[in-house]
Design a protein around this ligand. Structure first.
Ligand code: NDP
Length: 601
C-alpha cells in the first residue's frame, strides 16, 4: 500500500481545473443510453456457457420462504433463516449453481477487491479459512457452494430458472411465483437479492454485430475459444491471436495481465484509466488464522472495516489495505486540526487534500512502473479516488511493459466503431481475431426491468409504479403495500459499497429476526406502516445525499455517466451517518425486539 501519510504539496485549484477538463472531455449527451444490453450471440438469455440446462418438471408446491437470486444475498438470508428454524426455504436462480455475480464472472484473474476475511460471508459458520488476503474467483464460487451445502440450501433450489411474475394473493395471504420453467408455486415470505451488477452491457458501437471474429463479454468468458481456465492456467489458444479488450475498469484491470501473458498481441482500448494502487496479496497463514479465529471474529472484523472507513477514530485497523488507507489519511489530517477548527468544511477540505495526495501517489506509481513514458502518462487517472471504483493490482501496469501489449488510449473519446475485421479508435483500424468487452453492467436502470419481472403487491400495486419517482422503503428492506417481502440490497440502508456483502449479512439478520417474530407470534403478515416508511425517507434526506454520484466526477456508472442523479436516483441513499450509523441503528432496533415501524397482522 502507498505508505506515507504526508501528502505532497499540491495546488488544489490547479488540480480541480485539470480534473474538470478531463471530465468534460468525456461527457456525452447520450449518457447511459450509449450502452446496450447483450443481444443475439452475446446474450445470456437461455444460454449458460458453464453448466448445461437440465430438463425438469414444473414445480407447483408451497414453501415458507422463497428467495429470488442465488448470490450472496440468497445464501446468507437462507443461512440465517435455517439457523432460526425455518426449514422450508427455496432459492430461485437464473444460473446453474449458487454464486450470483461469482457464478457468471469467471474471467481469468477475477478475485475479490475487498479482503476475503470480511468479503466472504459466513466464514466463521462454515469454518473456512480463505487461502489469500484477496481470494480468487474459483475459491469464492466454491465458498458459495459450501454455504449452500452447510445450510441445506441446495435441497429445494431451482437453478436455471428466471422468475417472470411475483404477485401477492390477498385472499390467501401468500405470494404466487411464476417462472420461465412453468413453475407456479406459493410462498408465505419472499426475499429479493437480484444484485446491482448482473445485467451485462455493451457499448452501443456501430458495426458491433458485423465483426467476423470472436467476441464476448467478460462475464461470459469463452474458455472453449481461449483455452485455459478460471483457475488461471494459460489460454493456449490465444498464442496465435491478436486480441482487443475494450474497457479499463475493475474487470479489465484483473484480466489484462492474463491476456497480456497469453495473447500473441493485446490491444487495450482505454477511454478513462482506472486508479490502480498496490494490491499486496498474501497467502493466509493458518497459524495466524487460528489465533484470529475466536467466536465472533468475522463480525468484529467487518465492523472494524466499517469504522475505519467512517468518521470516527477506531483504535486499530484489522484489514489494513488500500481502502482503509484513505480513511487513515483523512483522520491524520483531522487529528492535526485544533478541535475548534474541525468544522464540516474543514473536514471536507482535509478529505480533498488526503485524496489528492493519494491520487498523486497512484499516478506516480503508474509512471514509475511503466517503462514507456507516454504509456505511463496515459495510464494516470485524473479524478478523485472514489469517482470510480478504486482498483488494486500488482501486475496490471506491469503488463504494459510487454512488447506484445499495446495501450490504445483514446483521450476520453473511446472506441469509434467496430468493423468486420476489428476495432476503430483514433481514426485507425486495429485488425484483431477476438474482441473482449469489459464494458460493465447496467446500474441505475429501472429495477423491474433489470430484475426481469415486476412485483404486484396489495390491491394490484406495481412496484415499478410505486418506485417510478424513486425508491421508497423502510430500512431499505421492507416496502409498504408489499407484505412479507424483503429487499436484500444496500440502498436506504447501510449503502456500504466498499464491502457489499456486509449490507447483505446485516439485512439477513433482520429478515431472520422479523420472520421468527412473525412465526412465533402466529401472524400471517408483516408490513411497514406508511408513517414509518415516510419518516425513514425524510430522515435519510436530512443526510448529505448519495455518497457517490457527484457530477464533478469523471463520467461512469457511479454518477449516471456524468449526468448526476435525477429525481428518481436521489433516493438511492444511505444512512445520514454512513454505514456505521445504519449498522448501529439497526442493531439496536433488532435487539429492542419491538420491531418499531412494522405492523404484524
Ligand atoms: P465498468 O463499468 O467499471 O467499466 C466499463 C469500462 O468500459 C470503462 O473503462 C469504460 O470507460 C469502458 N468503455 C465503455 N464504452 C467504451 C468505449 N466506447 N470505448 C472504450 N471504452 C469504453 O465495468 P467493470 O466490469 O470493469 O466493473 C463494474 C463493477 O463491477 C466495478 O465497478 C465493481 O463494482 C465490480 N467489480 C468488482 C470486482 C471485485 O470486487 N473483485 C472486480 C470487477 C468488477 P469509461 O470509464 O470511460 O466509462
Amino acid at each position: 500500500m502507498a505508505s506515507s501519510h504526508v501528502a505532497p504539496k499540491i495546488d488544489r485549484e490547479a488540480l480541480r481545473r485539470k480534473y474538470a477538463r478531463e471530465r468534460d472531455k468525456r461527457l456525452r449527451a447520450d449518457g447511459s443510453a450509449q450502452y446496450k444490453r447483450l443481444e443475439s450471440e452475446f446474450s445470456d438469455l437461455g444460454s449458460d456457457p458453464y453448466i448445461l440446462v437440465a430438463p425438469r418438471e414444473p414445480v407447483t408446491d408451497h414453501v415458507t420462504f422463497a428467495f429470488i437470486g442465488g448470490g450472496f444475498a440468497g445464501l446468507v438470508t437462507g443461512a440465517r433463516l435455517k439457523e432460526s428454524g425455518i426449514e422450508s426455504y427455496r432459492i430461485i436462480e437464473k444460473g446453474g449453481d449458487f454464486g450470483g455475480t461469482w457464478y457468471w464472472n469467471r474471467y481469468p484473474g477475477a478475485q475479490c477487491d475487498t479482503a476475503s476475511m470480511i468479503y466472504m460471508p459466513l466464514l466463521e459458520e462454515t469454518r473456512h479459512m480463505p487461502s489469500e488476503k484477496y481470494a480468487h474467483a474459483p475459491e469464492i464460487r466454491d465458498h458459495c457452494s459450501r454455504i449452500g451445502k452447510h445450510f441445506g440450501l441446495y435441497e429445494n433450489a431451482l437453478f436455471h430458472t428466471r422468475v417472470t411474475d411475483l404477485s401477492w394473493e390477498e385472499d390467501k395471504k401468500l405470494w404466487l411465483i411464476r417462472t420461465d420453467r412453468d413453475d407456479e408455486f406459493t410462498a408465505k415470505y419472499v426475499g429479493m437479492g437480484t444484485g446491482p451488477l448482473h445485467v451485462a452491457k455493451l457499448p452501443g458501437l456501430a458495426g458491433i454485430e458485423k465483426f467476423e471474429g470472436k467476441s464476448f463479454h467478460t462475464s461470459r468468458w469463452d474458455y472453449a475459444y481461449t483455452g485455459g481456465s478460471p483457475e488461471g492456467s494459460p489460454m493456449t489458444n490465444l498464442g496465435d491471436k491478436r486480441v482487443a479488450i475494450i474497457g479499463t475498469g475493475a474487470t479489465a484491470v484483473q484480466c489484462v495481465p492474463h491476456l497480456a501473458r497469453d495473447a500473441k498481441e493485446l490491444f487495450v482500448f482505454q477511454r478513462t484509466p482506472s486508479s490502480v494502487d498496490e494490491r499486496n496479496n498474501l497467502p493466509i497463514d493458518p497459524e495466524w488464522f487460528a489465533k484470529v479465529n475466536e467466536p465472533g471474529w468475522q463480525k468484529k472484523w467487518q465492523e472494524n472495516f466499517v469504522a475505519n472507513l467512517g468518521v470516527g477514530f477506531p483504535a486499530d485497523d484489522l484489514v489494513d489495505d488500500g481502502w482503509t488507507d484513505l480513511g487513515k489519511r483523512i483522520r491524520a489530517q483531522v487529528i492535526d486540526m485544533p478541535p475548534e477548527e474541525r468544522t464540516p468544511e474543514n473536514i471536507m477540505a482535509a478529505f480533498e487534500d488526503a485524496d489528492h495526495g493519494k491520487m498523486e501517489e497512484i499516478r506516480q506509481r503508474a509512471q514509475a512502473i511503466v517503462d514507456d513514458r507516454e504509456t505511463g502518462e496515459n495510464l494516470k487517472a485524473w479524478y478523485r479516488q472514489l469517482c470510480k471504483r478504486p482498483c488494486f493490482h500488482d501486475e496490471y501496469l506491469q503488463a504494459f511493459n510487454r512488447p506484445s501489449t499495446h495501450l490504445v488510449d483514446t483521450d476520453g473519446k473511446g472506441v469509434e466503431r467496430i468493423t468486420q475485421k476489428g476495432v476503430v479508435a483514433n481514426g485507425k483500424e486495429y485488425e484483431v481475431d477476438c474482441i473482449i468487452y469489459a464494458s460493465g453492467f447496467e446500474v441505475g436502470t429501472d429495477f423491474a426491468e433489470r430484475s426481469g419481472y415486476d412485483v404486484t403487491g396489495r390491491e394490484g400495486l406495481k412496484l415499478s409504479e410505486l418506485w417510478k419517482d424513486g425508491m421508497r422503503s423502510f430500512h431499505g428492506l421492507h416496502v409498504h403495500g408489499f407484505p412479507n417481502l424483503f429487499f436484500v440490497q444496500q440502498n436506504q440502508a447501510a449503502a456500504f459499497i466498499a464491502n457489499y456483502p456486509h449490507n447483505l449479512v446485516d439485512h439477513a439478520d433482520t429478515v431472520a429476526a422479523v420472520v421468527s417474530h412473525a412465526e412465533e407470534t402466529g401472524h400471517s403478515e408483516v408490513e411497514p406502516t406508511v408513517k414509518a416508511q415516510e419518516e425513514w425517507i425524510e430522515f435519510l434526506l436530512t443526510g448529505p445525499g448519495a455518497r457517490i454520484g457527484s457530477t464533478e466526477c469523471t463520467p461512469g456508472y457511479y454518477n449516471n455517466e456524468g449526468q448526476g442523479y435525477g429525481e428518481q436516483e436521489r433516493f438511492a441513499l444511505g444512512h445520514p451517518a454512513g454505514a456505521q450509523g445504519f449498522i448501529s441503528h439497526i442493531d439496536a432496533w433488532r435487539k429492542s425486539g419491538k420491531f418499531e415501524g412494522l405492523e404484524f397482522r
